[in-house]
Design a protein around this ligand. Structure first.
Ligand code: G6P
Ligand code: ZN
Length: 559
């Protein structure tokens, strides 16, 4: 029998979960009791529901995951949790955690990831709590967790539980009078079974392998040494019969092999080059924890996440899941280009615009009002789980391509010709000093809300824009009526073009400024995005004085 030990501790400042959990440098989490405090606070936020509950635990394989899984096991045992479902070796993708929570109806799950941030001892770690619907904890819960971290005085732990998480199987421990169970589960099995029920795998297999009617469709799937490696191997190599040459970086590594596991044109440049120079029809990459995706076509034709969402929205009849569950509404985050809005209008579906952060989609899905949603930050997903889902997005695209027989580029061009095109770009200024950035946001808000700004004209490179609306975006959830304020500065012009400026909620040090530009063209749909958007970008830089405040004359990343 093992006994529970109560350890005294002192609060740490700054354990406030951001857009997606608590993210800090690994070394911050390694401070004495830092991680223990946060785990105890997560458990306490669940109040009476915790005792006798089951929780899911897993992460993206980055440095510290295994150590923290061990702490979660011991602290859960000390707090009356009845059972943990732990991914083998601590491996579970974020969408897989969401699915497992829902499938086994657990109280929630703890996801160990800093998503797309680099890993390794000198980089980032993160801890996130997901609730019983499988989605990231809403603001109410994360505020509770934070409050608990500020006055924590002790945590409860069972130090002499030793559990091997390398092998699938069930371990039972006697703790006090009760029993505590750890079930180590196959990291990919439940998820793969679920994907097979959502998509028509034989049809995708025929696409990849070719038929009398069509030559094999060549794909290159890049896991960026993140958590999706084993999922990609099982799905693409075993289920869909793709060759080893169709996948890359499919072994999860603690430091992602030095890669910055964020699937975009900058950080996944080597995938882009391989597809550009090789004979591939389709490329996809996923981030560290498997919820983000980037889709490219032949010769690395780039699909913006905003367009990806719009195209999928218009083609859902090719996916068996939607044929049986029906298509409810669509949604996007506010900074995401409005391409999907036009599809919603054409199909007569409800359309929602929420703040940045996947958690805002959850209530709409639970209320049966939302089927498909996405974010410009390379997130696409549906109500099959309560997280965005990178692999799901790639399988969705392959389903559409198999059904239509079109190439990726042909799909996009046809879409733009039908609906017009929302040109979109995002400029990121990463890890700037915080104070001047906060000042810039305050000044910009002042400018935007001063009398006369609405109606004012702004010109650059021969184009003029008249302001129709300027605000700091706020959102009232139509289901529970909770309000999220100050979600990003937004300037909307009379022609529907938009400038959005916000500070990232996911960085681990300094401030990252994001500038989003969205401009609609009904007819001129085949232009180069950066060129088409130049005038509006200039207007945005002028109004925000961004370069002056950040001291940067160019963004770190352009997507
Ligand atoms: C994470 C969340 C997304 C969100 C993104 C925004 O990836 O899961 O839902 O869109 O962060 O990050 P940011 O750095 O812009 O706050
Ligand atoms: Zn992620």
């Amino acid at each position: 029998m093992s006994s529970i030990v109560t350890v005294s501790t002192n609060p740490y400042e700054g354990q406030k979960p951001g857009t997606s959990g608590l993210r800090k440098k690994v070394k911050v989490f390694m401070q004495e009791n830092y991680t223990e405090n946060f785990i105890q606070s997560i458990l306490d936020a669940n109040k009476e529901a915790l005792v006798g509950s089951t929780l899911v635990v897993g992460g993206d394989g980055r440095y510290l995951v295994k150590e923290v899984v061990d702490k979660i096991i011991k602290i859960s045992a000390g707090n009356g949790v009845a059972k943990l479902l732990v991914g083998q070796n601590g491996i579970l993708s974020t969408p897989a955690v969401s699915h497992i929570i829902r499938k086994y109806q657990t109280l929630g799950g703890i996801v160990l990831t800093a998503s797309h941030n680099p890993g390794g001892i000198n980089n980032d770690f993160g801890i996130k709590f997901n609730c019983s619907n499988g989605g990231p904890a809403p603001d109410g819960t994360t505020n509770d967790i934070y409050r608990l971290t500020t006055d924590i005085t002790e945590y409860k732990i069972v130090p002499d539980i030793h559990c091997n998480i390398d092998e699938v199987g069930v371990s039972r421990f006697k703790v006090g009078e009760g029993e505590f169970v750890v079930e180590v589960i196959d990291s990919v099995k439940d998820y793969v079974e679920y994907m097979k029920s959502i998509f028509d795998f034989p049809k995708i297999k025929t696409l990849l392998q070719g038929s009398e009617l069509r030559k094999p469709f060549k794909v290159l799937i890049d896991s960026m040494n993140g958590v999706t490696g084993p999922y990609v191997r099982r799905i693409f190599l075993e289920e869909l019969g793709a060759s080893m040459g169709s996948v890359r970086r499919v072994t999860p590594l603690e430091d992602f092999g030095g890669a910055h596991p964020d699937p975009n044109l900058t950080y996944a440049a080597d995938l882009v080059n391989e597809v550009k120079n090789g004979d591939f029809d389709f490329g996809a990459a996923f981030d560290g924890d498997g919820d983000r995706n980037m889709i490219i076509g032949r010769k690395a034709f780039f699909v913006t996440p905003s367009d990806s969402l719009a195209v999928l929205a218009s083609q859902l009849e090719h996916i068996p899941y939607f044929r049986s569950s029906g298509v409810k509404g669509f949604a996007r985050s506010m900074p995401t280009a409005a391409a999907v809005d036009r599809v919603a209008e054409a199909l007569g579906k409800e359309m929602f615009q929420v703040p940045t952060g996947w958690k805002y989609f959850g209530n709409l899905m639970d209320a049966g009002r939302l089927s498909l949603c996405g974010e410009e930050s390379f997130g696409t997903g549906s109500d099959h789980v309560r997280e965005k889902d990178g692999l799901w997005a790639a399988l969705a695209w392959l389903s559409v391509l198999a059904a239509t027989g079109k190439s990726v580029e042909e799909m996009l061009v046809a879409h733009w010709q039908q609906y017009g095109r929302n040109y979109f770009t995002r400029y990121d200024y990463e890890e700037c000093p915080s104070d001047p950035c906060n000042e810039m946001m305050q000044e910009l808000e002042k400018t935007m809300t001063s009398p006369g700004f609405v109606g004012s004209q702004h010109s650059a490179a021969g184009k003029s824009y008249t302001v129709a609306l300027a605000d700091n975006f706020s959102y009232m959830d139509p289901v529970d009526r909770s309000v999220a304020m100050k979600q990003g500065l937004r300037i909307v012009f009379e022609d529907g073009s938009r400038i959005v400026v916000r500070l990232s909620g996911t960085g681990s040090s300094g401030a990252t400024v994001r500038l989003y530009i969205d401009s609609y063209e009904a007819k001129d749909v085949l232009g180069d995005a950066q060129q088409m958007l130049q005038p509006l970008i200039q207007v945005a830089l002028d109004i925000s004085k961004l370069q002056q405040y950040t001291g940067r004359d160019a963004p770190t990343v352009i997507t």
